[in-house]
Design a protein around this ligand. Sequence first.
Ligand code: CTP
Ligand code: ZN
Length: 158
Amino acid sequence: MMQESRELIIRKIKDGIVIDHIPAGRALTVLKLLKITGKEGLRVALVMNVESKKLGMKDIIKIEGKELSKEELSIIALVAPTATINIIRDYRVVSKFKVEIPDRIEGVLKCINSKCITNKKGEPIRTRFITVSKNPLIIKCDYCGTHYTAQDIEYMLA
Ligand code: CTP
Ligand code: ZN
């Protein structure tokens, strides 16, 4: 029954990506991570806090007219480890996979350590973090060595 009412909230899409099984309340953080602001002109549908059989509650994001690579999508795992990606072509799910934490994260997060060389003014350096542990999540700045956990990620989004 919940499935039916959910379908009423947002219709199926023709071509694009559905990011499903996002932990409830994290959809905006996922969009921020993907640097989708709405100004790109993409049609984006977002549902927050709907019932899920697997998670209790979940968020869903549907992005129309855009495909992102598995690599580009993998960073979603940093804030939504339960997320499932569905690639939609002509209304059909042509590919479904779980996001997996990448071994290195480049150019997406900023290091919180103000003394880190990546934060030096006038010297733009692409940030790089190395995954030390996936569960629990621990990543390390490749420049200053500072370790970060899952709770830090939200503050590391540019
Ligand atoms: N979806 C969509 N547009 C389509 C096809 C699917 O928006 N043309 C959405 C569905 O609403 C659902 C997700 O993509 O949120 C996955 O679709 P599907 O695999 O058909 O659903 P489930 O079997 O419920 O998925 P899962 O087993 O991953 O929970
Ligand atoms: Zn650093």
